[in-house]
Write a protein that binds this ligand. Structure first.
Ligand SMILES: Cc1ncc(COP(=O)(O)O)c(C=O)c1O
Length: 476
């Protein structure tokens, strides 16, 4: 039987997604508690993030009640172009209308060839070959496999607080125990060094067994910036000792930091052997990752006709993802979004830095383009020190929630704590934000800081209650 959408147009048979969304509107948390992840539901409810969003456009979201939110998290960095970019949408619907075949597999698809060529053009150095994957972690897995195969070596060196995804290879080079715990054993011979510690890297490389050094030029967990000396020095050391330098730009790439790759901030000598991209490359629509590498690496991996698909994945090079990637690059260029990311990032960073003399809890503001970290530190005055100690005594990850929660509850701005046991709030908004959004954020942040600098005060009551509840939970 045909369902009616309006009196004049009969609906064709099949799932009516609009009706489904309407019928179940508001049931998100009930369904997730029952079927998906009850612990996550509990966390979201505890920190007041249990909203039901029903619309997204640019850097904004709207919930079921019509409240508008400023999204400074952008789906962990996926929505570099903002949500539902009209031009990417048009490309995707045009593509669907062509009925073009995808994933034939025993063929060389046109669009992945075109996207590979477009990506190569944007690299600061010569990278010859491109592999397409479906997520950042999958891209990192490919990079690790390539490095091992190309060098014939086993070891991988990575940095403390590194985040490269949560599949087994990527988890083996994750520098945060809270992600690793419970999943041992990892890939053998993965060795951790401090971020920005060139001597430690050299010590590891001298052992002669290192296949790769994998690094985020700007670490997502904590927003720590790699120094140019470290990044260029590491690259040179890798070359000297025969190891592959893997530049993980899954989060920092595609223009987020004001340059196409964050490693370009290290200067014209930036010359990674492998670059991994994802997130914004999706246009915010279709999961995708790209692994760009030098020819000698590619030639070692795909060394014969027999090995021509030795690394592959069913959904690799899906045309819908390739179309989204091409559209994303086009939007980035034509709207000069990389320059906007740099401009808006500087506005935000400088605005935040200007507040530091007034607010004792603010220790440092770090940024490159629209990848910003606001670090809190122990204050000078005795009363505020009490708030700091109580919070850290209850839970090492609690303090920045005192900022993230009122930003959400009072000012309708979505931000996140930048990692476990790190006193940093992170901002990775879409590159399309403008001056009014910067003002929205800075005014809100200032108001939240005023509240946090009154102790005792209402800002602290909620936080200490959450901390106590977490303690009781752990004791059970
Ligand atoms: C630097 C970096 N590498 C890899 C990943 C993993 O990407 P995915 O979550 O798509 O697997 C992330 C995700 O946040 C990331 O930030």
């Amino acid at each position: 039987m045909l369902m009616e959408t309006s009196e004049s147009t009969p609906r064709p048979p099949g799932l009516d997604i609009r009706a489904l969304l309407q019928e179940h509107q508001g049931r998100n948390y009930e369904l997730h508690a029952q079927h998906v992840n009850p612990s996550n539901v509990k966390t979201l409810k505890t920190i007041g993030f249990d909203h039901c969003y029903v619309r997204g456009e640019g850097p904004y979201l709207w919930d079921v009640a019509g409240t508008k939110y400023l999204d400074m998290l952008s789906g962990y960095g996926v929505f570099g172009l903002g949500r539902n970019h009209p031009e990417v949408r048009r490309v995707l619907s045009d593509f669907l209308a062509t009925e073009y075949p995808s994933l034939v597999k025993m063929e060389a698809p046109l669009l992945s060839g075109l996207l590979a060529a477009e990506l190569k053009k944007r690299m600061p150095n010569t990278l010859d070959m491109v592999f397409f994957a479906n997520s950042g972690a999958e891209g990192v897995e490919a990079a690790i496999k390539y490095a091992k195969c190309a060098t014939g070596r086993a070891a991988v060196v990575y940095c403390k607080k590194a985040y490269h995804g949560l599949t087994y290879g990527a988890l083996s080079v994750n520098g945060d125990e809270s992600f690793r715990s419970g999943f041992e054993p990892y890939l053998p011979e993965c060795r951790m060094i401090d971020f920005n510690d060139l001597d430690a890297l050299e010590r590891e490389l001298r052992r002669g067994d290192v296949a790769a050094f994998v690094i985020e030029p700007i670490q997502g967990k904590g927003v720590f910036l790699g120094t140019p000396e470290f990044l260029i020095g590491a690259q040179k050391l890798c070359r000297k000792h025969g190891a592959v330098f893997i530049d993980d730009e899954v989060q920092s790439g595609m223009g987020r930091t004001g340059k196409f790759l964050a490693i370009e901030h290290a200067g014209p000598e930036a010359d990674p052997d492998i670059v991994v991209l994802s997130k914004t490359l999706s246009g915010g629509f279709v999961p995708v990752a790209a692994v760009l590498c030098k020819r000698w690496i590619h030639d070692k991996v795909f060394s014969s006709m027999q090995r021509s698909v030795v690394h592959s994945s069913t959904f690799s090079q899906g045309n819908f993802a390739m179309a989204a990637g091409l559209a994303a690059l086009d939007v980035l260029d034509r709207h000069q979004l990389i320059a906007n990311a740099e401009r808006m990032g500087n506005r935000l960073g400088e605005g935040l830095r200007a507040m530091m003399p007034r607010f004792e809890f603010m220790k440092e503001v770090r940024w490159r383009g629209l990848m910003l970290g606001i670090e809190f530190g122990s204050p000078r005055s005795l009363t505020l020190k009490t708030a700091w100690s109580i919070c850290h005594g209850l839970d090492k990850s609690l303090f920045p929630q005192a900022c993230v929660m009122p930003l959400m509850n009072k000012h309708h701005i979505i931000t996140q704590v930048a990692g476990h046991a790190i006193d940093v709030v992170k901002l990775i908004p879409p590159f399309v934000i403008g001056e009014p959004d910067v003002k929205w954020f800075l005014d809100a942040f200032e108001d939240v800081m005023v509240g946090m600098h009154k102790f005792p005060g209402p800002a602290w009551d909620v936080i200490t209650d959450i901390g106590k509840a977490a303690l009781t939970n752990r004791a059970r």
